[in-house]
Design a protein around this ligand. Structure first.
Ligand code: F3S
Length: 772
């Protein structure tokens, strides 16, 4: 394998292609030269020891996919401000002087959207100063790039700077797969997983199955890349991608822009996929070149040409294939409250009426990490310009969130910001804002009990996700449809077929939007203060100040190790229906406590519905006294009464939020027993030394009640077997009246995960290894 070299300043941002190709040769040999998918090529070439991970597969991919645990060495880590605090607090306990791989911190989640970029940013910097200072000093001490508040949203910055075909990275955010739009394998994880990569400890992942999405035809008119994923979410549902990497192929792929592919990969998180990725395209070369990375593009291009490394092998087999014809794809609108409730625009008005959704739209929001590319913005402007020429004024509030300073500065230079503002839009800071509950909305109060509908180009729409109001229905769609909608405000409006009455009585109909894939005069970087040093050198003398009186940051105390005995716990809560990470660890106002485990734990499961009473955030102690869920957890923790939560399907769906695992552990939880888990959350629970179990027979859920005692029968045996990469565990259930019966549960613990359980958490385990 030749040495694929890039100039020095590009080295830390280029995948180690030569090493990857060498590993790939070894993998091919082990697998008897079986044709591989792109995702497998990238993933398997990052395995620490291919012989150990794949050797027992007898060359059969079906023995690997969904079966084998892989120990991987990711190339890089990205962390957003909310999750970085806990990731870094955990990293600090390992006592290392610098990170083992390049890493970056991005201040985006803690910035509120309200009046516009400048005011909002000033206020948010002052409110979060302590946290931003902490993150910045972590960056300086350990040599991590620090992208400060206002620099942009993690995934957009990663796409513009770090994502490269063939790269494998971890990000402490569930939409990390956005980077797959540029041919990377980028996986959303909790902070404890990020610590694996940051400390150079192999990161473990059960080899995903591969779901191929074949794209044929070509998008046209009002249809956009967003519609590929909103349509796919409708087909596969929020659980359909669980355990899979989604890999796109087919002749339709080459018709997409790189940023369009990123939108599609971004929202792969909404179908539960481990990640999504695209094969190397000319569009990737163009995007890399335009974002100042032509030397990297050249190397990627030759790696692909010479070794066919950045696309699937001829004859590669997918575990499932879905086909989407782009030429026939209509715009889709998904929601409310779940991203897989997908309706084509032609049927949406009808559906809204039938479902009794509000007849008016109350606000439109575009941008976010999902849809803030130059192409998205220029298409939105083409709609705005048509309206402007016709004398149409927006009927509802309209907000625009640019994804990065580079995007903002470029659309400012090209006059797009001016057009947005002239036409009534509020341009918010380059940050998450309304996408993550940080929308300080002035038109509809948080406490309003009346339903209202918003249209957004975001990716997630669980209750209270945007403005903290449980009655706001967020309909996810393309920026094009959102923008057209602000001129109608009517849920029944379909811009493809309907017209709007002008003041002069004439009818006006929009033409389909047109945009530019990339800015014709290139990108401009914008304000230099938003750009960090390229390869910061660690400064070990930097002091990390965490005040014991702080209510924002708290140093971590290690969780207690397992005492070697069988567990006996009480069911504290039986959850009904959907229970996402937003239900388990609410965002919005709670984001401010992300670095303070005790304070944030008071949000634990406050969104969960009690199956036995239908109440939200209400549980009952043994004497019948009512408590908020975290309050009873705290009480039982003080009484040294370990507890379990019982729940239904896809528990922990949504984000990579590790507080959803840390807080239950901190509050004395031991077992989470459910019908099924979302992958990231299940892993996060294991990392925090919890025991995540699923019912072998789902109907056992109906047999359990709060207050029941669950006692493990064969935990010691399971531990002695070192998990055995999954298996069963029996629980003896004792009802309040003393009667008892056994139920069979399943677990997916690997050898390492059993070690985490024994040590009390993965960090305890890694810390012990690093210290010895
Ligand atoms: Fe930010 Fe995540 Fe939205 S990165 S923009 S909150 S999906």
């Amino acid at each position: 394998v030749p040495n694929f070299e890039v100039p020095k300043e590009y080295e830390s941002r280029t995948p180690p292609y030569s090493k990857l190709l060498e590993k790939h040769e070894i993998v091919k040999k082990i697998l008897g030269n079986k044709p591989l998918t792109l995702a497998e090529k990238i993933l398997y070439s990052h395995i620490a020891d291919p012989e150990e991970s794949l050797g027992s597969s007898q060359g059969k991919l079906e023995n690997i996919r969904g079966e084998q645990y892989l120990k991987l060495h990711p190339d890089r880590v990205a962390m957003q401000d909310a999750s970085a605090q806990m990731a870094l607090l955990q990293f600090m306990t390992c006592g290392m002087a610098s990170t083992a791989v390049p890493a970056s911190i991005h201040c985006d989640h803690l910035i509120v959207g309200r009046d516009g970029a400048s005011d909002d940013l000033t206020k948010s910097i002052s409110t979060n100063k302590e946290v931003f200072d902490f993150l910045q000093s972590c960056g300086e001490k350990y040599g991590i790039q620090f992208w400060g508040p206002g620099s942009g949203i993690i995934h957009q910055i990663v796409l513009e700077n770090f994502s490269v075909p063939g790269l494998m990275m971890l990000g402490t955010d569930s939409h990390t797969p956005n980077a797959g739009g540029l041919g990377a394998i980028a996986i959303g994880v909790g902070g404890a997983d990020a610590v694996d990569a940051l400390t150079g400890t192999p990161w473990e992942l059960k080899a995903p199955k591969i779901l191929g999405v074949k794209l044929t035809g070509q998008l046209s008119g009002w249809s956009s890349p967003k519609d590929v994923i909103t349509k796919l979410a409708g087909i596969l549902t929020v659980r359909g991608g669980t355990g899979y990497i989604v890999e796109y192929f087919g002749e339709g792929v080459s018709t997409l822009s790189c940023t369009g592919m990123a939108t599609i990969c971004n929202m792969g998180a909404e179908i539960g996929a481990t990640t999504s990725t695209f094969p190397y395209q000319d569009a990737h070369y163009r995007y890399l070149a335009q974002t100042n990375r032509e030397p990297i593009a050249k190397v990627a291009d030759s790696v692909n040409k010479q070794y066919n490394f950045l696309r699937a092998d001829e004859g590669a087999q997918y575990d499932q294939v879905v086909e989407i014809n782009l030429s026939e794809l209509e715009p889709h609108v998904n929601g409310p409250f779940t991203p897989d409730l997908s309706t084509s625009i032609s049927k949406f008005g009808e559906k809204a009426k039938a479902e009794n959704w509000p007849s008016k739209v109350s606000a439109g929001l575009i941008g976010s990490c999902t849809n803030s590319s130059y192409q998205d913005m220029s298409r939105a402007i083409s709609i705005i310009k048509q309206a402007e020429r016709a004398g149409l004024k927006p009927k509802i509030p309209f907000f625009v969130t640019p994804g990065s300073e580079q995007i903002r500065a470029t659309i400012e230079r090209d006059g797009l910001i001016n057009s947005f503002e002239k036409n009534g839009a509020v341009v918010l800071a380059n940050a998450c804002g309304p996408c993550i509950g940080q929308w300080d909305r002035s038109d509809v109060p948080k406490t309003s009990t009346e339903s209202n509908a918003i249209f957004t180009s975001f990716n997630r729409n669980f209750r209270a996700r945007n403005d903290g109001n449980r009655n706001t229905m967020n309909f996810l769609t393309s920026p094009d449809i959102v923008t057209a909608m602000i001129y109608s405000g009517d849920m029944n409006f379909n811009p493809i077929t309907d017209s709007i009455k002008l003041e002069n009585g004439k009818e006006f109909k929009f033409e389909p939007p047109v945009g530019d894939e990339l800015p014709s005069s290139g990108f401009t970087k914008g304000r230099s203060e938003f750009y960090p040093e390229a390869d910061p050198t660690p400064k070990p003398d930097v002091k990390m100040n965490v005040s014991p009186d702080s209510d924002r940051l708290q140093l971590l105390e290690p969780f207690k190790p397992w005492n070697g005995e069988e567990l006996s716990v009480n069911v504290l809560l039986k959850v009904e229906g959907k229970c996402t990470t937003d239900h388990i660890s609410a965002a919005g106002a709670w984001l401010k406590y992300k670095g303070h485990l005790e304070n944030i734990s008071y949000n634990t499961l406050i969104g969960a519905v009690n199956k036995e009473t239908g109440e939200v955030n209400k549980v009952y102690d043994f004497n019948g006294e009512a408590y908020g869920i975290p309050e009873l957890m705290m009480k039982w923790k003080d009484e040294e009464r370990p507890w379990a939560v019982v729940a239904e399907h896809n528990y922990g769906e949504g984000s990579a939020r590790e507080h959803a695992a840390l807080s239950p552990k901190y509050l004395g939880g031991s077992i989470i027993l459910v019908k099924s888990f979302a992958r990231i959350h299940e892993t996060n629970l294991k990392k925090q030394g919890m025991l995540p179990l699923t019912f072998a027979d789902e109907s056992d859920y109906d047999k359990l009640s709060s207050g029941d005692t669950l006692a493990t029968v064969n935990l010691k045996e399971m531990v002695a077997l070192e998990g055995n990469n999954g298996g069963t565990l029996t629980l003896r259930v004792t009802k309040k009246d003393g009667s008892n019966f056994d139920i069979l549960c399943k677990h997916t613990m690997s050898k390492d995960q059993v070690e985490f359980f024994k040590a009390g958490s993965a960090i305890n385990y890694i810390g012990n290894l690093k210290r010895n």
